[in-house]
Design a protein around this ligand. Sequence first.
Ligand SMILES: [Zn+2]
Length: 397
Amino acid sequence: MALTAPALLVGPDRHGRSVAVAGGLVVGEAPPDAARLPCPEGEISAGAVCAHTHLYSGLARHGMPPATPAPESFVEILERVWWKLDRALDAQSLRASALDYVARALLAGTTALVDHHESPNLIEGSIEILAGACEQLGVRALLCYGATERNFGADEARRGLDECRRVPASPLLRGLVGLHASFTVSDQTIQAAGQLARELGTVLHVHVAEDQADVADALARGYPGPLERLERLGALPRGTILAHGVHLSAEQVRRAGELGCWLVHNPRSNEGNRVGYARKLGESGRVALGCDGWDADMTVEQQALDRLAAAHGDTRTGERLARGNALIAERFGTRPEPLQPGALGDLVVRQHGAIQHVVVGGRVVVAKGALVTGDFDAITAQARAQAERLWLRMASL
Ligand SMILES: [Zn+2]
């Protein structure tokens, strides 16, 4: 287990601002023995949070061949791309994927990731691999296995939920209970997920109404929608993280907010999968920004949100990136306002707009624009090698 980093004093920056971190948290005054990271030309700001992603898709950037025939619907995209990739994953490819994804996230100034994992042929042990990659490189993360019944039935779901118990105790990590989406699980699995979350004192992380197909499934099962199905089956503890919500009504988005749930907007993914623009999310103040497996450069994601919001005349998208910090603070039980005493010791220093230093929990993970917790070139080379193996296995499925 990673020990808490020693005390660190960052700054002063060009505005004269300094931030001290001790015991993993921001403190009012640096201890006398604190290490120093001066940044007279730089500018200190909060680390970015990606509130929904998939570390298992990290190899896709390394030449994933296009699916043939080309998928024409959201469900076909899942069936021909992501549900093949996740079945093809083994321990080596998952480790390579996670390290590559986390390294790039840190270099982009993203200090926390909310992950949703699936690898149906490697359920037991998968969380340990992801946790190891996060701890090694030093990113903060919420981890879960997204239980589903879509490959092997009820037993697959039970094993997926069990894997959610295996997030190791660590200052950087917290566990969630994952469900893939309500349309791939039975009522019994949803109930079991809610019970497990209460037992573990945590919340759920689940895809909700990403596509109309999820809504149609809930209606066919006799529920008003996927949100109501989760609520009636006792699977929406306060703080639960609902990814997407593209096809929720205004009333449903407000209800999610009343229940204390977070919604996560993933603009690039929604555009790429052609599932629609999540206009109704503006009905809740508890909406964060995610990238859903795309590279976790939240500046780029924010630019996509700004572009799409303007195109759709949506004026209610402000603060989504910053809300991610509050989401993370909620799970760690820390002060929600970043950089204030009592907040998580996660911050970045930019110089002329570029990421210069990145600090997570007081540990310097990126210095002068370079990863210091791992060999980035070796991580990339390993990712490319594992990607070639992965494409071959995908082609045989
Ligand atoms: Zn997702």
